[in-house]
Design a protein around this ligand. Structure first.
Ligand code: NAP
Ligand code: GDD
Length: 386
């Protein structure tokens, strides 16, 4: 079974290259750092200064003190220091992952999001242009740019229709990366990534919010899971597979724009249903809209409620990507299903809560549960027609 320590792709001949990752403290930054370190890279990672260091992901992956990992303080809104960082690192590949990446927060902080997620990219592109135009640059573009989708599935040729300040900022950054490719011959590649999740996902995002809450319920919590739009559909993949694709894009002969997706879509309701099934709780859904609830089929207890405060002013109803160009161009293909992803994430959250609750108790009630979930065939999770 795949778990937190798995990462696709086997190291070939070790490289002596140097890469710079912005946003190394985030989900993708941490996985990508480990991927590149495994390949022999020296990795410079930038993080913003906070009153309390935020390196839990690097710690969980066991790379926080890796001898080839160097951490540099940098805020994406500070243009001048991009130049200093590029010069100091001497990196030949830049993976620009740093962003205000939470769509919900972008409605409350549209200007900050534009500065970090939009202009922050241009600060780095300008630095590449000034310091070394041979640097290969990866731009973390987003499926959110498709927003109110103009075609199903979405591909590299689908017109964009952003539906949030985050998506609009990403669209600006996306076009600027292409602009620097075409204007200055900079190797700027854009990965239009559909949602990718993992045990390292931030807890604001819906998948991790679900698995974390379900794990607590398995441990005895009686607080229901409170969600917003249960009907939203996403194309969810497994993050370690996606960061491997980022690297492949920068090894190609020329810069590309590529969609990374699984070509399957599922609703938030389905993801929650699977997570509860994994702890042996079948959900019965009743009601509609903000009045919908999910009850335990056996006890009738309310396990899921809808909270309209999680609704967004404008919603992206459904995303499903067509990754065929990525398969043809860089031989990238995802393998982890959304159901398996749910199990991986739930397992990790159960383990975390077990550790936190009973640090040294070998007879934890969760051990048999985790074993049972590990052995479950994900294909056996029956997905109700929703
Ligand atoms: P994430 O976990 O939210 O990580 C974002 C990173 O950016 C964090 O390290 C964060 O630092 C950093 N950051 C935020 N504001 C900053 C600032 N002002 N200065 C410096 N660093 C700052 O996001 P992710 O899921 O790894 O995604 C990586 C990138 O891919 C993002 O650009 C995201 O928008 C994009 N993307 C993600 C997905 C997805 O499904 N995951 C899909 C498409 C595109 P802190 O740790 O201090 O917050
Ligand atoms: N976060 C959250 N919390 N989302 C909820 C909730 C909830 O309680 N209830 C329902 N949803 C719905 C949201 O309205 C949205 O339609 C969907 O679940 C997914 O929300 P998120 O997990 O927050 O992700 P996202 O799709 O908005 O954005 C993520 O994917 C993008 C790529 O498509 C982020 O990682 C972006 O940075 C990324 O670009």
């Amino acid at each position: 079974m795949k778990g937190i320590d798995d990462i696709p792709g086997s190291p070939e001949a070790p490289t002596t290259s140097t890469a710079l990752i912005t946003g190394i403290s985030g989900q993708d930054g941490a996985y990508l750092a480990r991927f590149l370190l495994d390949k022999g890279y020296t990795v410079f990672g930038t993080y913003r200064r906070t009153s309390t260091p935020n390196f839990w992901r690097l710690e969980e992956l066991g790379i926080r003190h890796h001898p080839r990992l160097k951490l540099l303080v940098h805020d994406l809104t500070d243009p001048g220091s991009c130049i200093r960082i590029l010069e100091a690192s001497n990196a030949t590949e830049v993976y620009h992952l740093g962003a205000q990446s939470f769509v919900g927060a972008s409605f409350d902080q549209p200007v900050t999001t534009a500065e970090i997620t939009g202009l922050g990219t241009v600060h780095f592109l300008e630095a590449v242009r000034a310091v070394n135009r041979n640097i290969r640059f990866y731009q973390a573009s987003s499926a959110e740019m498709f927003g109110r989708v103009q075609a199903v599935p979405q591909s590299e040729t689908t017109p964009f229709y952003p539906r949030s300040p985050y998506a609009a900022a990403k669209l600006y950054a996306h076009w600027m990366a292409i602009n620097y490719r075409e204007s200055y011959d900079i190797f700027a590649s854009c990965g239009i990534l559909f949602n990718h999740e993992s045990p390292l996902r931030g807890q604001d995002f819906v998948t991790r919010k679900i698995t974390d809450c379900v794990a607590q319920i398995a441990l005895g919590s009686t607080t229901p899971l409170r969600l917003g739009n249960l009907n939203a559909e996403r194309d969810w993949g497994y993050a370690p597979e996606y960061v491997a694709g980022m690297w492949s894009m920068l090894q190609a002969d020329e810069p590309h724009t590529l969609v990374f997706a699984t070509n399957k879509t599922h609703s938030v309701r389905s993801f929650a249903t699977w997570a509860f099934l994994l702890i042996g709780r079948e959900i019965e859904w009743s009601g509609a809209g903000a009045a919908e609830v999910g009850r335990c089929a056996r006890t009738g207890a309310v396990l899921v409620e809808v909270a309209s405060d999680y609704y967004r002013p404008a919603e992206v109803d459904s995303l499903i990507g067509d990754p065929s160009k990525a398969r043809k161009t860089i031989n990238w293909q995802p393998t982890t299903t959304a159901q398996e992803l749910c199990r991986i994430m739930l397992n990790a959250d159960l383990e975390r809560h077990r550790r936190a609750a009973r640090p040294a108790d070998p007879s934890s009630i969760l051990d048999p549960l985790i074993d049972q979930i590990s052995q479950l065939d994900h294909a056996s999770i029956s997905v109700p027609a929703l």
